[in-house]
Design a protein around this ligand. Structure first.
Ligand code: NAD
Length: 433
């Protein structure tokens, strides 16, 4: 599958920007290049729509269920479009659409009931959860639909309205998704804006936005937080990762190799929680690299070697397993976000844990071995938001999803994702005699 996005901004013509097929490197369609001055109207209409959308939680849950069904029914239109602009194989596009519908369905629950509180005084207190207002959802190109739904679903379920901004690399499937979902919603409850920067920056700092929920890189996340500081809007940031997988000395290399390979190379390695570094006991290191290379070779990758672009149209890079890489190499210390996986040796487990944690990132991690209790004891020492044993990058819809260090701020996913879109409103009244 193609990867390696062009670094330059998309070309524009007649108020529209070109959308590139990464399999050919050619423009195949375009999308409106909306300007920041349009945001006042968009956010204003989202605020108007919020006045009635916020009032009926049961209607909201019903609408989300209808939207989930509609997304599934639209899969045959969405999947090829997603593949064309994003580059992932068609089967992965269908899987993403299933994940998109699953998120809409998961959050199709009425908002939390009011909850009594007491500290022993003769006062009756009650927490009532209130929506925030218009939410800005800004998403990257790696999983444009699934990540959009992960933001839209809890925000809408909580009673907010949403202005969604996809990456300019993947605007088309997102616009189609939004038209499918919007058919189940009142007007202006969900709006998509497409365009080049500074559209995202201006959306994040717009005074009418009450929550900015952002997924993307660490530098952009920082800029978003700075922008939102102007209006002190709530900010949720889901940022990059450099997940380590630690293989223990009792690991069955042949048995785990295929799962480990796909944990690193699914979506062409362009997954925030992909395995991006493998630490193996020194005596197993070359057999681990060789076992992983079995799965890379069919597409031209070589074990124990650097990578190269494939000599063909489009943005293709050979899947690459790297060995003998210095631990301070950028392939180890930075998020590669591509089909490259360094395999590094360790002497003691303490060394492995220290190396895994020696990063500014803290999204996910994993430990692989036969003795599950021992693996779990090592997992417990990793500084990250989610850790898996003998698999990786398969979060649950019901879990809190939160990176530590520079991998994020705030919590998405599960009930925490819903509460991230609500504010507590507390009413106190005297106890009746
Ligand atoms: P990016 O930061 O370049 O862009 C993300 C979004 O922000 C895009 O819509 C982009 O147009 C927009 N944007 C760009 N500049 C902006 C600004 N100044 N203000 C507001 N918005 C702006 O990221 P990307 O290259 O699209 O995505 C890859 C990154 O996303 C990787 O670091 C990856 O790990 C991360 N990611 C994280 C998660 C997670 O859940 N933690 C999931 C997927 C991807």
């Amino acid at each position: 599958m193609p990867n390696c996005r062009p670094c330059r901004a998309p070309r524009t013509r007649g108020g529209r920007f070109a959308v590139i097929d990464p399999a050919t490197g050619e423009a195949f369609d375009d999308s409106p290049d909306q300007q920041p001055d349009e945001l006042d109207g968009v956010v204003g209409r989202a605020h108007e729509a919020w006045q009635s959308w916020r009032t009926d939680p049961v209607a909201r849950a019903t609408a989300l269920l209808a939207a989930a069904d509609a997304v599934e029914a639209a899969g045959r239109g969405l999947a090829p479009l997603l593949t064309r602009e994003q580059g992932k194989p068609l089967a992965e596009s269908y899987a993403e659409i299933a994940g998109t519908a699953a998120r809409l369905r998961y959050f199709a629950e009425p908002a939390p009931e009011p909850r009594p509180i007491t500290d022993g005084r003769p006062v009756r207190g009650e927490i009532r959860w209130r929506p925030l207002g218009p939410v800005a959802a800004i998403v990257p190109w790696s999983f444009p639909l699934q990540l959009a739904s992960a933001k839209i679903a809890p925000a809408l379920a909580a009673g907010n309205t949403v202005v969604l901004k996809p990456s300019p690399f993947t605007p088309l499937a997102t616009r189609l998704l939004a038209s499918v979902v919007s058919a189940a919603l009142p007007e202006d409850v969900l709006t998509v804006v497409t365009g080049r920067e500074p559209l995202g920056a201006r959306l994040a700092s717009h005074p009418g936005i009450r929550h900015v929920t952002f997924t993307g890189s660490v530098p952009t996340g920082r800029a978003v937080a700075e922008g939102a500081a102007a209006s002190l809007a709530r900010v949720t940031l889901e940022l990059g990762g450099n997940d380590a997988a630690i293989l223990l000395d009792d690991v069955d290399v042949e048995r785990v190799a295929e799962r480990l390979f796909w944990a690193a190379f699914r979506n062409c390695g362009q997954v925030c929680t992909a395995v991006k570094r493998v630490y193996a006991p020194a005596r197993l290191c070359s057999s681990v690299a060789e076992a992983l290379a079995q799965y890379a070779k069919s597409d031209g990758g070589r074990a124990v070697s650097g990578g190269h672009r494939l000599d063909r149209l489009g943005y293709f890079f050979a899947p690459t397993i790297l060995a003998d890489v210095p631990s301070d190499s950028p392939a180890v210390t930075e998020e590669q976000f591509g089909p490259v996986l360094p395999v590094l040796p360790y002497g003691s487990l303490d060394e492995a844990v220290e190396a895994a944690n020696d990063t500014c990132y803290g999204l996910g991690g994993s430990v692989w071995g036969t003795d599950l209790d021992r693996a779990e004891a090592v997992a417990d020492r990793l500084e990250c938001g989610t850790v898996w044993i003998n698999h990786h990058a398969e979060p649950s819809l019901a879990q809190p999803f939160a990176g530590v260090k520079e991998s994020g701020a705030g919590v998405a996913g599960g009930p925490w994702g819903l509460y991230g879109n609500l504010r507590p409103f507390v009413v106190h009244r005297p106890q009746e005699a």
